[in-house]
Design a protein around this ligand. Structure first.
Ligand code: FUB
Length: 454
């Protein structure tokens, strides 16, 4: 909740140009996202994030987030943008903010917990990890009057973290702004009501970003330390989920290019542990006031044999791709590793598409496996306003051009087009660049693509 007063303004156009200059990481640079909450489901990590696109860059700035955006990946290099999955007041009429979420799956239902700013915690539900989520109880789940929350000095009632233990008991960790302000409360199996009073926990230099994970029978409570302690992510360890915690050390230092609040989510995917967090490198590079414009990063963490966590090393591009992309299956255009200049939006019929396309903008999809050999390309385009092309290049923006898709509107009323073109014979594994060409801005929207063998 640390705030700086910056008074710089920027045009939307120059922001887009500056963002285009970014390299591989942060993992998503076409949106400002923060406070990740991680859910691993069916070998895929879903990150639920505060939507910093909603925060003003003019005036004093502020945290005005009223929606949660979800991104997901099963390879940790290409990320799918699922867009807004929950928003207030539409999804929870009593709430005016939705900050720093955390999500969990139980019996085929997905539960999303969020802070109404620092003034209470809500729950929303969906049958899909990508929403839409709505509030099933019509009121906050945790308020100051919830037994056990008070007494507390200057409590920030936010940053919920939901954790289900191996015995099926669910817990909600939350709180902020003081060593004695950590709280944990049991949830009933319905996940939308509490069981008993909140238990008081303490953590040295506790500021915000409560998180719980369990490895080899040890419970790790991690959190952001306060500004005097450097806003590191520290952790405590215990053999019990709600008591007996002792300080363990530092999961990670204040990330580079962050300069302000820190917030982590620790998760295990395909046998390895990772930490998602935010910094402010996208806004910094764009030269805009950065306090309220954060972006998501990710790095690997390691537990030692003695149960301690090695202090994480922040990298620009340190993770291995876990899985290659199969180009013979339909791939959504909003799944990519790098981009230049584009945006994404929700389609009229639901689902997402790439939009805001200008000449020479691109998306890059990493590690596409052409070992079976491709000879042709097809793509679904919509909202064609002007003719253009999509150049398909391999491994760099100036790499070999293997095909050119002509995008032409042939019927006035037609809304979507399935278009195709021949390509050179493509073999082996490549990064694929789709480079958009047109003489006008936003000539078409890009929905999905695939390659074929003939
Ligand atoms: O995004 C608003 C607040 O900033 C979060 O709730 C805190 O964890 C901090 O990141």
């Amino acid at each position: 909740m640390v705030k700086n007063k910056l008074r710089v303004s920027i045009t939307f156009c120059s922001l887009i140009i500056a963002l285009g200059a970014l390299a591989d990481y942060p993992i998503v640079s076409h949106r400002f996202l923060a406070d990740p909450g991680a859910l691993v489901y069916k070998d895929r990590v879903y990150l639920y994030c505060s939507n910093d696109d909603e925060n003003p860059t003019t005036g004093r700035g502020d945290y005005r987030m009223k929606s949660i955006v979800c991104i997901s990946s099963n390879d940790l290099k290409n990320w799918t943008d699922h867009g807004i999955v929950f928003q207030v007041p539409e999804g929870a009429s009593w709430a005016s903010r939705s900050w720093a979420p955390s999500a969990v799956e139980r019996n085929g239902h997905f539960y999303l917990y969020f802070g109404n700013g620092g003034n209470g915690i809500g729950v929303a539900m969906s049958d899909s990890p990508t929403g839409p989520f709505t509030d099933p109880i019509g009121k906050p789940l945790i308020e100051t009057k919830t037994p056990g929350v008070m007494p507390a000095e200057h409590m920030w009632l936010f940053d919920p973290m939901v954790f289900i233990d191996d015995d099926g008991q669910a817990y909600l960790y939350f709180g902020g702004n003081g060593d004695n302000n950590v709280r944990v409360i049991k949830l009933n199996p319905d996940m939308i009501s509490v069981n008993g009073s909140a238990i008081h926990m303490t953590a040295p230099n506790f500021f915000e970003a409560a998180w719980m994970h369990k490895n080899n029978g040890i419970y790790y409570f991690s959190y952001s330390s306060n500004p005097s302690a450097g806003m590191r992510i520290d952790y405590m360890k215990s053999s019990h989920p709600t008591s007996g915690f002792k300080y363990g050390g530092v999961v990670s230092l204040q990330p580079p290019n962050n300069h302000n609040n820190n917030h982590q989510a620790i998760f295990k995917l395909k046998g390895n542990w990772y930490q998602a967090y935010h910094n402010r490198i996208v806004a910094e590079k764009a030269g805009i006031p950065m306090v309220y414009k954060r972006n998501i990063c990710i790095d690997k963490i390691q537990h030692n044999i003695d149960g301690n966590i090695d202090t994480m090393i922040n990298t620009i591009d340190g993770l291995q791709q876990l899985l290659n992309i199969n180009p013979f299956e339909r791939i959504e255009a909003e799944t990519f590793c790098k981009n230049n200049g584009i945006k994404t939006q929700t389609k009229e019929m639901g689902g997402m598409e790439v939009c805001n396309i200008d000449n020479d903008d691109y998306i890059m999809v990493k590690g596409v496996d052409f070992k079976k050999g491709a000879r042709a390309f097809e793509a679904k385009l919509s909202n064609i306003q002007n003719n253009g092309t999509i150049e398909i290049r391999l491994d760099s923006i100036s790499g070999i051009k293997v095909g050119v898709l002509k995008v032409e509107k042939s019927e006035i009323e037609k809304k979507t087009y399935l278009l195709n073109c021949k390509t050179l014979k493509i073999k082996k594994i490549h990064d694929v660049y789709f480079i958009f060409k047109s003489s006008t801005n936003d000539p078409y929207h890009f929905d999905w693509w695939k390659f074929t063998k003939k």
